[in-house]
Design a protein around this ligand. Structure first.
Ligand code: HEC
Length: 174
């Protein structure tokens, strides 16, 4: 075997070994990353995903400026756990206004095993802003940390949400 061929073959073999060693480590890291950051999740809820337009800033489905119709349900009272929240934010709820945010939703079967062409036009899922998997986890962490189980929205909560006590949406709550 000519020397350069030999080098190429051994290099390929060495790379293969390296990859099979590295793969489990990469997987473990991804699992840890799915623990979301609630502060980043608030920014996604407020300004990246426009959840606020339909669910309202406190996510009660009624408080806020110019809520879009039909408003989203009260997430403060939702009984959904991590897995269901993640799936709904990633895949939306087809046939309703709740949009999907996963970049590959309805392209490769990852959402309910369905693709866009499987839906009649009136039941098609609505496309929202595209989030990374990490941002989906961040919004879930935000809901679980600051929203689910809370009672009536308060002025303090509003000021914290907008990072601004003079925000127009907080007027009248003092
Ligand atoms: C265009 C309006 C709209 C936007 C934007 C929107 N939603 Fe929704 N959402 C809805 C509606 C309407 C429903 C109820 C659908 C149904 O089941 O009839 C819903 C349902 C949900 C549910 C299920 C609640 C339950 O208890 O069943 C969750 C969770 C949710 N939305 C979270 C979010 C988050 C987080 C965002 C932003 C990333 C968001 N939504 C953006 C309209 C919206």
């Amino acid at each position: 075997m000519p020397l350069n061929r030999f080098v190429a073959v051994s290099l390929a073999a060495a790379l293969l070994v390296l990859f099979s060693l590295a793969a489990p480590a990469i997987k473990a890291q991804q699992t840890e990353e799915t623990v979301g950051d609630p502060e980043r999740g608030r920014v996604v809820y407020r300004s990246v995903g426009y959840c606020v337009n339909c669910h309202g800033w406190p996510a009660d489905g009624e408080t806020g400026l110019l809520l879009q119709a039909p408003p989203g349900p009260n997430l403060r009272q939702t009984e959904l756990g991590t897995e269901a929240l993640t799936e709904i934010i990633a895949c939306g709820i087809p046939g309703t206004a709740m949009p999907f945010h996963d970049r590959a939703a309805y392209r490769d079967g990852r959402c309910f095993g369905m693709e866009l062409s499987d839906f009649a036009p009136e039941n098609a899922p609505v496309r929202g802003k595209t989030f990374s998997d990490t941002d989906v986890a961040n919004v879930v962490a935000y809901l679980q940390t600051y929203v689910i189980g809370r009672g009536e929205p308060t002025f303090e909560e509003c000021a914290e949400f907008y990072d601004n006590p003079s925000a127009a949406a907080c007027r009248g709550l003092e």
